[in-house]
Design a protein. Structure first.
Length: 170
């Protein structure tokens, strides 16, 4: 019973952060989605790409389900400007496609999560992780929630600089 409540709370928090991201970019123009507003140079659509590859796909499909990391983009320093490659969105990629990939990654992650116990260990742990850091699905869920929430806050600040509106999400 406690596991059901914990699972419900974790999944509710994760879903809220995912919705925050999707709601924040809803209605933005392609130009706004591709505008870097902060000195680090990332764009809102680049952040969505990162949450797709470095968040949903990596943590749930690769780490928890053991699927290969064959989707990870190759580094291209001339394009990435010091950011990891999972933030890159090519000029010829549509924002709609990137957003669809994020939604698809969420749906696939939810399927995988539904089939795992909270204490299920990662199928593909990284040997560089500190001992016990990501010992089970519960720890991975908490990590992805925190990472997505942090990026949601970054996105709010960037969008306020891009369009001048205060983005208040309750």
């Amino acid at each position: 019973m406690a596991d059901d409540r914990t699972r419900s709370l974790l999944l509710g928090a994760l879903d809220a952060q995912r919705r925050h991201i999707l709601d924040a970019v809803e209605g933005l123009t392609d130009a706004q989605l591709r505008t870097p507003a902060l000195p680090s140079g990332w764009t809102p659509i680049g952040l969505v790409r990162h949450l797709t590859l470095g968040g949903e796909r990596y943590w749930f499909r690769t780490v928890m389900a053991g699927e290969p990391l064959d989707y990870w983009p190759a580094d291209r320093p001339e394009l990435d400007e010091g950011r990891p490659a999972d933030w890159r969105v090519e000029a010829d990629e549509s924002a709609e496609a990137v957003l669809r990939q994020y939604r698809d990654a969420i749906a696939r992650a939810d399927e995988l999560i539904a089939g795992l116990a909270l204490d299920a260990p990662p199928a593909r742990p990284d040997p560089d992780w500190p001992e016990g850091r990501f010992a089970d699905l519960q720890a991975v869920l908490l990590h992805v929630i925190l990472d997505t929430a942090t990026h949601a806050g970054h996105l709010d600040a960037a969008l306020e600089l891009i369009d001048g509106r205060q983005h208040l999400v309750l």
